[in-house]
Design a binder for this molecule. Sequence first.
Ligand SMILES: [Zn+2]
Length: 291
Amino acid sequence: MSWAAHEFENYFIQKHVGVKASFLGIVVGTQLPDLFTKAFVYSADDPAQFHRGWPGVGFSHSLIFGVVFAAAILAITRSRGWALGVLIGQWAHVLTDVSDTAGVMLFFPFSTEPVTISMWKHAAAEGQYGDAAAYYSSLGWAWDLFWLAMALVFAWRTLRRDYFREVIVAADPRVWGWLHRTFRLPESALLLLYRGLMFYGVGRLIAWFLYARLDARVPLDLSWGGPGHVAGNDISDAGPLEVLIRTGIGGVLFAGFLWLCWWAFGRRLWERGYDVPVAAERRRVVTRTGQ
Ligand SMILES: [Zn+2]
């Protein structure tokens, strides 16, 4: 699994989708796979198998899980921005988790073979603290730093007040407006909430890294597939060719299934949905072009 990388991704994604997707939707999407499962993972008999495999809750880390949630959100709220946000966020989380040794069943239920590049060990078997110590001693730590850098270098503008006003709120005026009215939060408080996720991610990154160095005292091991002090936790013994073939077939079936869903009800749901309210969109354009 990845830790703070999931927080940093949100800003990077937002920069690329602009007003098309709700930031809060993206956040819900990136949290979705671990939201209902993580609490049970550490107490499972075989944490890696339970977290990512089948049988288990590994379907939470599949692309179809995001599609189901996005479709349900579109059907209930009719908000395209939220549906799109949740979908992109969940898919980003799934793709990010390809990096640990347990991997993800990308095309579940059409393939239950986990896909992984085994960059660092899935270490949930060590318990939450051991897991954190292992992650922040491996390339996982570098992965967090990479996403922090991506967010700060390429998406730093998303943290500015005017961006918050013109894109974040404009893309989702209903929910931000609701937060503003219900909790009587002024814009600065909403902005703090928005930026808070970045601070939360940075805080976690620093705190767990220091914990791994100073308290757990485990050695830093930036080798591929590390850290060495943790036992391997690969949940499949299939060779690369078998994984490739099964994933390939799963991918084709998944794409066909998506197309069928789009044709059967997806397009109707999308057409029934609404985009960002026109007024908000106009305001954004006006501010941008300075007219
Ligand atoms: Zn995850």
